[in-house]
Design a protein around this ligand. Structure first.
Ligand SMILES: Nc1ncnc2c1ncn2[C@@H]1O[C@H](COP(=O)(O)OP(=O)(O)OP(=O)(O)O)[C@@H](O)[C@H]1O
Length: 394
């Protein structure tokens, strides 16, 4: 899949922007703070429904405006698709495909992208919520049906938490106990599916991460590397099968996870009532990334952590490419080349060369290997520079 056109309205520092893109590499160049990241962030939003830089949408709307619009014309196998989202300062966001209304959470079904940016170091170094977000965004792109499961789980969790809170205040009454059991059933059924899908995803990512790390770092043997999902209170099957295009987990496996989840909930019942909070489930899980038998977080050097985060994203793109019938995900590399030495720049260029479309941002044109600079777009102060004179003026 490729993006042939991106059109922005009141997004970040763009009043309007209209950019044509080509298959293969597209390079966006400009001095610091001109709007390069803003442009690719907008595309990333269409497949992750969020920014890699901020946790709320408000910062994406141009200062002083009420709504931002991101519109992308996509192409796959000669067929065009128009994807659009309107991000509103007040009220719900709205999304369209070919001018027909859809739920915003359905957008990743139509557009798949993988963005790597320096902020991704936070996936490794930050708290577990960032790792859960990484996994869930990838899950939804890989198996779109799970968007609904994840949002139903969130809703169930909220309702269960408010029941636990009110039971804490008033003491658990018989009717509340019955209601709690109903919420337990929903939590366990939705949560077990999420746990099993995450476990299978992590297992499927291991080899691609190893390959990507080896190709970026230049170690032909690849590191001894693993990604383990630690489930808070619910042990998972370490030999989970790899994800396929459809649902990955077998019925018996889901039943076994559900049983363990239920037992862990029963163990925590007293504490949950004391604290008015759901203490077990996929909303508290974590992934442990290891390099040469040591956790990456807290042990790996800055350079190793950086290469690991990059490998994580390249592996994600590889996994989506294999499991997809709509072509490669669009690969976005934001501010990446400046961080690499010449050798690694060439290696990364080779690693991404096979993707249908790669979008790259850089402040300095010379930082990017020549093979990736054929289609260069210059940006200045929230404007796409159209002519050679404009580019010369900067
Ligand atoms: N909601 C907003 N409204 C208006 N301007 C905004 C908004 N959000 C960010 N900006 C502006 O966008 C600019 C930053 O753009 P961006 O992050 O895309 O820069 P960049 O070209 O990638 O720079 P660098 O090379 O430093 O990474 C800043 O000047 C910032 O003030």
């Amino acid at each position: 899949m490729i993006v042939t056109h991106l059109n922005l309205s009141n997004y970040r520092n763009y009043a309007v922007a209209d950019v044509a893109m080509v298959p293969g590499a597209n390079l966006f160049v400009g001095r610091n703070g001109q709007g390069k990241t803003n442009l690719v962030e907008a595309l990333g939003y269409l497949s992750t429904l969020g920014s890699h830089r901020v946790s709320t949408d408000v910062a994406l709307i141009r200062a002083g405006e009420d709504a931002a619009i991101i519109r992308a014309r996509l192409q796959h196998n000669g067929r065009d698709l128009l994807a659009e989202v309107q991000i509103n300062r007040t009220g719900a966001n709205r999304a369209q495909i070919n001018r027909g209304q859809i739920k915003p959470r359905e957008l990743p079904r139509y557009f798949s992208s993988v963005l790597f940016a320096p902020e991704d170091l936070g996936i490794i170094r930050g708290d577990p919520s960032g790792r859960r977000r990484f996994l869930d965004q990838l899950l939804v792109l890989h198996t779109p049906r799970l968007a609904g499961v994840l949002s139903d789980y969130e809703r169930t969790l909220k309702q269960r938490n408010s029941l636990l809170k009110s039971a804490r205040v008033s003491g658990l009454k018989a009717n509340q106990l019955t209601t709690l059991e109903i919420w337990d059933d929903k939590l366990v059924s939705l949560g077990s599916e999420i746990i099993d899908e995450r476990v299978a995803l992590v297992a499927a990512l291991e080899q691609p991460i190893r390959d990507a790390y080896a190709s970026v770092v230049g170690d032909d043997h690849g590191p001894a590397l693993s990604a383990l999902l630690s489930i808070d209170g619910v042990d998972t099957d370490a030999d989970a099968p790899s994800t396929s295009g459809s649902s990955a987990a077998s019925e018996e496996q889901t039943a076994a996870t559900a049983e363990r989840f239920r037992a862990a909930l029963a163990l925590q019942r007293r504490s949950e009532l004391d604290r008015g909070l759901t203490l077990v489930g996929p909303h508290r899980d974590d992934v442990l990334f290891e390099l040469n038998s040591l956790p990456v977080k807290g042990y790996a050097s800055h350079g190793e952590t950086w290469s690991f985060a990059l490998a994580l994203k390249l592996a994600s793109a590889e996994l989506l490419r294999r499991g997809s019938n709509s072509g490669d995900p669009v690969l976005i590399l934001d501010d990446v080349f400046a961080e690499l030495d010449l050798n690694r720049r060439a290696r990364l260029a080779a690693a991404v060369g096979g993707f249908e479309q790669v979008l790259i941002t850089a402040a300095v044109l010379d930082d990017v290997p020549e093979g990736l600079t054929a289609h260069t777009v210059h940006i200045s102060a929230g404007r796409i520079l159209e002519t050679a004179e404009e580019v010369a003026r900067g």
